[in-house]
Ligand binder design. Structure first.
Ligand code: NDP
Ligand code: 2IT
Length: 447
C-alpha cells in the first residue's frame, strides 16, 4: 500500500484493534485494491470515506445463559456486528462455533457488506452468532440455546432493521427455532430471518443457493477466462456442510467430478468421484464424521488431516469450510499439481500469501465475496417473496440465481478490465463494491 491516506487509516486501525487479526486481514486486502484508484477519488479522503466504511456502525455483545440436559447452567457469548446500513437493512448470517471471536465477526460483517453490495439488492451488511458449540448437543439443548440467544438478539432485529440467516453451525433447524421464538416474544410474523423452512415462509433453493451459486460463478469464470467449463474437470471441495454439499451437487450437474471432500477431522479421496447421497446421509441427516463414508464405499481413502486434501491432484479447488484454511503451503501444492482455478465458497478461506501466490502463478482466483454471494442473493429472494405474499418456483429461483451470479461475474470482470487490472477478480470485486458504498455514503451526508 503506497497511498498515505490509506496507510494512515490502516495504521490507525492496527493501533485501535491490535488483536483483531482476521478483521485487519480483511480490511488490508480491500485497502490494497483501493491503492490503485485512490488518486482518481480525492473525495474519499475529503469525506474520510475509507475510515467510515471500515468501522462497523454498531456491535452488540451479550451474555447467553441456558440450561443443558443435565440441568447445568451454561454461559455463552453472543454477538451481532451491524456493519453497514448504507445500502439497506443489515443482512448476514449467524455462526455458532466455539472458535468465534469479535475479530471474526467483524471481518465477516465487513465482507458481507461488500458482498451484499455486489448483489444490487438493497441489503446492508451484518454478521453475528455465538461461541456455542452445537456438536454433541441434543435437539432440546439446541432449541434451548437458540431461544436464550434470541431473547437478547430480538431487541436488535426487524425486517427493516436487521435480518439474520445461517452460517457455520446454523442451518434450517436452528433458523426454525430462532424464528419461532422471535415470533413468540415479539408477537409478529415479520420476515426477520431468512433460511426458513418453506412451510414457514422460506424460499425454495435457499439451502442449495450458496453452493449452486458458487458452481455457476466458477462456470462463468471458466467460460470467459479459460475458454473451458466444469465438464470433465476434477474438483476437490473442503468441508461437507451446507456450502460444500450443494457446490458438489451443482458441479456434478455441470459435468465435473468431485474427487475429494473433508470435514474438520479429515478428508476422503475417491478417484472415480464421491457419492453425494452418502455424504448427505452422513453429514446432513446423522450429523456424523465424514470418515463413516468408508463404511459404505470401497476404493476410498480417508486421511486424518483435512489440510492434506490440498495435496490431491485436481483441476479446480473449492475451499468451502472456513477462513484461512488454504495457506501458502497448500496453494503451492495446488500449483505443483497444475490446478487451474480456486473458487472460494467459504468467507476468506485463502490467506493473503496464498492469494498472492495464486496470482503470481496465473491461477484463476474467484474471491468468496463474489463467488459465494448466491446464499445471500436467495435470502434476498426470500425477503422479496415474503413481501409479495407469494412463492416462486424452484425453476424461477434457479434461473434468477444463475443470471445474477453471471451478472456479478461480468460486473467485476469488466471493472477490473476498465482499470487495467484485467483478470484480477479480487481487484474487480473490491473496487466495484467499494465505489458503490462510497457513493452511497457521500449521498447520505455525515450520519
Ligand atoms: P456448515 O456448518 O454447514 O459446514 C461447515 C463445514 O466445514 C463442516 O463440514 C465442517 O466440518 C467443515 N470444517 C470446519 N472447519 C474445517 C477445517 N478446518 N477443515 C475442513 N473442514 C472444516 O457451514 P456452511 O457450509 O454454511 O459454511 C461454510 C463456509 O461458507 C463458511 O466460511 C461460511 O461463512 C461460508 N458461507 C456460508 C453461506 C451459507 O449460506 N451458509 C453463504 C456464504 C458463505 P464438521 O462437519 O466436522 O464440523
Ligand atoms: O456469508 C454469507 O453470505 C451467509 N452466511 C449468508 C447470509 C444471508 O443473509 O443469507
Amino acid at each position: 500500500m503506497k497511498n498515505k491516506y490509506l496507510t494512515n487509516v490502516y495504521e490507525a486501525f492496527k493501533e485501535r484493534y491490535p488483536n483483531e487479526e482476521e478483521y485487519l486481514q480483511s480490511i488490508h486486502e480491500v485497502l490494497t485494491s483501493l491503492d490503485v484508484i485512490i488518486h482518481d477519488h480525492p473525495e474519499y479522503e475529503q469525506f474520510n470515506v475509507v475510515e467510515r466504511i471500515l468501522e462497523p456502525e454498531r456491535i452488540i455483545s451479550f451474555k447467553v445463559t441456558w440450561l443443558d440436559d443435565k440441568n447445568h447452567v451454561q454461559v455463552n457469548r453472543g454477538y451481532r456486528v451491524q456493519h453497514s446500513s448504507l445500502i439497506g437493512a443489515y443482512k448476514g448470517g449467524l455462526r455458532f462455533h466455539p472458535s468465534v471471536t469479535r475479530s471474526i465477526f467483524k471481518f465477516l460483517a465487513f465482507e458481507q457488506t461488500l458482498k451484499n453490495t455486489l448483489t444490487n439488492l438493497h441489503m446492508g451488511g451484518g454478521k453475528g452468532g455465538s461461541d456455542f458449540d452445537p456438536k454433541g448437543k441434543s435437539d432440546g439443548e439446541i432449541m434451548t440455546f437458540c431461544q436464550a440467544f434470541m431473547r437478547e438478539l430480538s431487541q436488535h432485529l426487524g425486517e427493516d432493521v436487521d435480518v439474520p440467516a445461517g452460517d457455520i453451525g446454523v442451518g434450517q433447524r436452528e433458523i426454525g427455532y430462532l424464528h419461532g421464538y422471535y415470533k413468540k416474544i415479539t408477537n409478529q410474523v415479520a420476515s426477520t430471518m431468512t433460511g426458513k423452512h418453506t412451510l414457514i415462509g422460506g424460499s425454495l433453493l435457499r439451502k442449495e443457493a450458496t453452493g449452486y451459486g458458487l458452481a455457476y460463478f466458477v462456470e462463468a469464470c471458466l467460460n470467459k477466462m479459460k475458454d473451458t467449463s466444469l465438464k470433465d474437470k476434477k474438483v476437490i471441495i473442503s468441508g461437507s456442510g451446507n456450502v460444500a454439499i450443494y457446490a458438489a451437487e451443482k458441479v456434478l450437474e455441470l459435468g465435473g467430478r468431485v474427487i475429494a471432500m473433508s470435514d474438520h477431522s479429515g478428508y476422503i479421496y475417491c478417484k472415480d468421484g464421491v457419492n453425494l447421497e452418502t455424504i448427505k446421509a452422513i453429514k446432513e441427516v446423522k450429523r456424523e464424521g465424514i470418515k463413516r463414508y468408508l463404511e459404505h464405499h470401497e476404493n476410498t481413502k480417508y486421511t486424518e488431516d483435512p489440510k492434506k486434501m490440498w495435496e490431491v491432484e485436481t483441476d479446480i479447488a473449492l475451499p468451502c469450510a472456513t477462513q484461512n484454511e488454504l495457506d501458502e503451503t497448500s496453494v503451492q501444492h495446488l500449483i505443483d499439481h497444475g490446478t487451474m482455478m480456486v473458487g472460494e465458497g467459504a468467507n476468506m478461506p485463502t490467506t493473503d500469501k496464498g492469494i498472492a501466490l495464486l496470482k503470481e502463478h496465473n491461477i484463476l482466483y474467484a474471491p468468496g465475496k463474489a463467488a459465494n454471494a448466491g446464499g445471500v442473493l436467495v435470502s434476498g429472494f426470500e425477503i422479496a417473496q415474503n413481501a409479495q405474499f407469494n412463492t416462486w418456483s424452484s425453476q424461477t429461483i434457479n434461473d434468477k440465481l444463475r443470471d445474477r451470479m453471471e451478472a456479478i461475474f461480468k460486473n467485476i470482470y469488466e471493472t477490473a478490465k476498465q482499470h487495467n487490472q484485467a483478470n484480477d477478480l479480487q481487484f474487480g470485486v473490491n473496487i466495484y463494491s467499494f465505489k458503490r458504498l462510497a457513493k452511497a455514503m457521500i449521498e447520505q451526508g455525515v450520519v
